[in-house]
Design a protein around this ligand. Sequence first.
Ligand code: 13P
Length: 353
Amino acid sequence: MSHDLPDIAAALVARGKGLLAADETPATLKRRFDTVGVPSTEETRRTYRDMLLTTPGVSEFIGGVILQDETIHQQGSDGRPFAKMVSDQGMIPGIKVDAGAKPLAGSPKETVTEGLDGLRERLAAYRDLGARFAKWRGVIHIGDGLPTRICIVANAHALARYAALCQEQGLVPIVEPEVLMDGDHTIERCEEVTSEVLRVVFAALEVQGVALEGMLLKPNMVVAGVDCPVQPDVDEVAFATLRCLRRRVPAAVPGIVFLSGGQTSRLATAHLNAINRLPGSKPWAISFSFGRALQDDALHAWRGREDGVHEGRQAYAQRARLNNAAALGKYTDESEETLFTAGANPRRELHDD
Ligand code: 13P
């Protein structure tokens, strides 16, 4: 492992900083744009990313930005490549490198994330383009008889092979095993599955010789399925999530950066804050690597309008600031009052908060 990987990993989560996951594929970003009536073209996607990546002042709250293959090859409106724009602002550019979740042989309702073939060469090329960390997402569904052992082991193996290749090529791997919140499962079931997935993932990382000091873990929080009739409160989610992580994540890992997974922006921030406020040992930085929960306010403020860019930037910067406060355990509900509210968040509130 190259010597600077622990420093890069530590810088990504220093002083409550987290990551902006702006790595939606064109297909996923089209779905997000559809919700605000914006056509998805290479140019509208570029304009949207330009708005986020030129937001002034966010480097106080955001340590790194995860880009997507299309974006890392694009330039901002001032002609600078996006990766350079990110690093010029004092943040670290990263890149999503998996090729997506594909049907799993032997268990067709489940998926295994592909993209290992040719990965060494792609990582080297991305490093030349300025990336210093990478992301790979494995997806685990909870359902009747799911997840299967085949699915957990196959995804853990791929995550570990990816992480080892990243470290060989001088990039910090973000290891993301996501247990989805789709379904009607209880929070107890989510904790049980998340715990088992993390156990198998860390065993695979050890087999592949991944240096824990030079990686970050990007897990789901332990929550009930969106359709579960019994929804836990913020403190219950925080308690179960931290208990699960303490049991499974070695202290040598420098940071845990949660995905938001479909939670509303406000709830994801409240959960992150509550986790950080719990007493007892927390040997890792606990922060965020949110996609939707960092971008939804900004996307709805922007709505594709040229005169929405200022409001979009403001909404993104404020949400980044609130998540930074939450990663330091200093967020209060009242801080939401100052939040820009023109862009209503249309997704359902999973809890009354
Ligand atoms: P969400 O925070 O929207 O779940 O996205 C995070 C991410 O990077 C998913 O891979």
